[in-house]
Ligand binder design. Sequence first.
Ligand code: SF4
Length: 578
Amino acid sequence: MAKKAGFCMGVRRAVDLTLDLVNRGEERIATFGPLIHNPQVLEVLRDKGVGVLKEVPETAAGTVIIRAHGVPPVKKKGLKDAGLTVKDATCPRVLKVQAIIGKHRRLGKTTVIVGDRNHAEVDGLMGYAGPDCQVVSNEAEARELVLDQSRPYIIVSQTTQDEAVLAAITGIITGRYPQGEVFDTICDSTHRRQEAVRTLCGQVEAVVVVGGKNSANTTRLAEIAQGMGRRVFLVETEEELDVAAIKAFDCVGVTAGASTPTWMINRVARALEAIPGRGDNHLAHGLYRLVRFLMVSNLYVALGGGLLALACGSLQGITPRLAHGFIALCYLFAMHNINRLTDRQAQIFDDPAYQQFSRKYRKAMMAASTLALVAGLLVIANGGWRPLSLLLVMSVFGVLYRINFIPRFLAERIKVSRLKEIPGSKTFFVALAWALVVVIIPALYDGQGLNARSYGVMVYILLMVFVRNALFDVFQVQGDRILGRETLPVLLGAKKTLGVLNAVLILLLGLLAVYPALGLIAVPAGYGLAPGLLYLAGVTWLYSRGYWSPGVRLEFGLETTFVIVALMVWAAEGMAGA
Ligand code: SF4
């Protein structure tokens, strides 16, 4: 995956603002012009009832969103005068150019804009510059430009202007009219995407460019890759991938234009992952398919949870029993599947393979999940009424998570009709359920009681699982926002969430240093948490630095955290025993 690909900051801001308004239940929302050059995103917005205003109406009601390109001030005023509530999603970098123009106009200077006069951004800038503004789009026009020799002027450019073109044009103009001042207002987003695709071309045999076919910056990325001798596949969706042609390559890169959403890039990348490459033998591909099956069926996550429950026995200093692992495995398998299968929109925006799997095996997976839940309850019934009651309560909450069970009079007051709608609930509740089933239930099993270690280990595991959940939520942040899910990254944004996760990882490291002294963890088993924690921090770092892109391999790597924790806890115990 190219280091820089997909939505730029301005486009992401505009799309997020629009979806947040939709998710808040605002009605009669429209954008002033199409929000971005991407048919799939426009379709999603259309499906959610977001209209498109082409002209300033005389009178209207509702909310209108000004897109990232901005508009002339007179149009913004016209929209307000028409009776609309205006939400301005003009990109801050475009706002900066507008501010430069406004300031110098007040000082009596003329403005020259280097850009395309038919582009919406330039139209907006011209509105700030006033009637004596001039637009220059090429060197020939620069040579013919006529300015007042006695009047100072400024040159600014459209934010997506090519650097070399801008330099050539400003050279010609300032050579003829030296009284001007040049402002470099090019946004480096485009440049960085182009540099990233050049770097990518050095590492791959072919490049898949994802984006709207009418998006200029997407087609430019395709041209750059082609110019570097790479076979290029320009696709809007994963369905357009030429599977037969792609099979001929060993290593294929992916990039995307500034108006391509991450969920579409992920769908294409996942579809690519599933295509056997030229160098893949049957064994490697079979292994991939097995991993894919373990992931989409939630068997691997349940296995990790089962092993973790056994290890948590050691961490609390109680004798681990197979029943502890079995109960956790059954509960996590059932709950992860039931929640995914009852959420029909699950993974639409991120994972076409899961969508296919759940459509095909829906009944079988529902039956297997119900069986697992019953099996878990039967086994736990042998361990006494306390763990049984806890698991029953957790199962009821797990099933109720997506169901409107809060009475209407209360739901209207608190604006929440199901647990799923509590902000950040998905990230936290899943971690809490894990901590209860892998730490507290083993502690209560067979009449054993809770002690300081139980709570200490529970907090530790809750925080580790929280990091795992939040990372998954970061992978799916755009899809979750479209679906109106209130995950932590939807609330805070992906960058801030990664910051929070780093803070939690540091906290976990600190806890590991003090837990043994406070008696909150059994040693030497507790020392086994360190490699698992470092592994989790490593996965987080690799993802946040762009070295590991979302897909089956990354998700498998992340789910392996708890397998490593369990193995290391036992290794620490084993070494001490030896
Ligand atoms: S390309 Fe740059 S200026 Fe244009 S919307 Fe994106 S971040 Fe803003």
